[in-house]
Ligand binder design. Structure first.
Ligand SMILES: Nc1ncnc2c1ncn2[C@@H]1O[C@H](COP(=O)(O)OP(=O)(O)OP(=O)(O)O)[C@@H](O)[C@H]1O
Ligand SMILES: [Mg+2]
Length: 241
């Protein structure tokens, strides 16, 4: 039986009179890992910004657990259980990973129903136990990205949005990210992931949607998407994936 946790209903968005996308309908099921792919500038990050309340869509609705949350302030949406990891890393650089987690936890909503990890568990999951007292400023990029994930986890989210968290990372670090996302999904957290790396999408996603030239052009399993002609044509300029 379907158990929809998040629904994007007929979303339309644009900036300064230019339409970016319209007719975006996506249903996200509880516990799944949904991938969003698409060319640069197709509006993937904008979609996340709409879900998180940073942007209000021109029309359409974001429905989370049956509640219309369109246009609600970002901090309220976070407290309802939607966590986010940004494309550009934005942890508090002057704080240690441990402090970052504590601050995030202090601001977390009490009503979130996501799995509640202890601070030790979060450090362990994100490979930061040994680095918990080093100022984030002095950590490597992969570790800073881990601090981002740790901060999101500290809020006990039911959904986490990952925006290209493997960007700029090497093989082993990417594999670590994939393992972490799978582990979080096993614990019942719903995951939406924007990624350019197809191996990543193929390995971890249950389902993928493709955003291109203002609309969703395909939806299916990673395998279906990889062999979808529209996708090969539009997204990869006709080359095989
Ligand atoms: N606040 C804004 N004001 C004006 N234009 C914007 C704004 N935010 C995004 N855009 C534009 O909307 C388009 C989509 O941007 P977005 O960042 O959502 O793309 P993306 O699919 O995430 O791309 P990438 O793969 O490069 O991360 C771009 O042309 C971008 O310049
Ligand atoms: Mg983006």
């Amino acid at each position: 039986m379907k158990d929809t946790i998040l629904q994007l209903d007929n979303l339309e968005m644009g900036f300064g009179g230019l339409k970016l996308f319209s007719d975006i309908n996506i249903s996200v099921e509880k516990g799944e890992i949904l991938g969003i792919i698409g060319t640069n500038g197709s509006g993937k990050t904008t979609l996340f910004n709409i879900i998180c309340g940073i942007y209000t869509p021109l029309s359409g609705k974001v429905v989370y657990k049956g509640e219309d949350i369109t246009g609600i302030a970002p901090h309220q949406i976070a407290r309802k259980g939607i966590g986010r990891c940004f494309q550009m890393v934005v942890p508090f650089e002057s704080m240690t990973p441990l402090e970052n987690i504590k601050v995030a936890r202090a601001n977390a909503g009490k009503s979130c129903k996501g799995p509640e990890f202890s601070i030790e568990e979060i450090l362990e999951l994100t490979n930061l136990t040994d680095k918990k007292d080093i100022t984030t400023n002095n950590l490597s990029l992969p570790d800073k990205k881990n601090v981002e994930i740790a901060r999101a986890l500290a809020c006990n989210p039911e959904i986490i949005l990952f925006d290209e968290v493997s960007c700029g990372l090497a093989g082993e670090e990417i594999r670590e990210r994939m393992a972490l996302m799978k582990k979080l999904a096993e614990k019942g957290i719903t995951i939406i992931v924007i990624e350019h790396i197809m191996v990543f999408i193929k390995e971890i996603c249950d389902r993928v949607v493709v955003l291109h030239a203002g609309s969703l052009i395909a939806e299916g399993t990673p395998d279906e998407i990889i062999h979808n002609e529209k996708v090969i044509d539009a997204y990869l300029g006709g080359r095989e994936l």
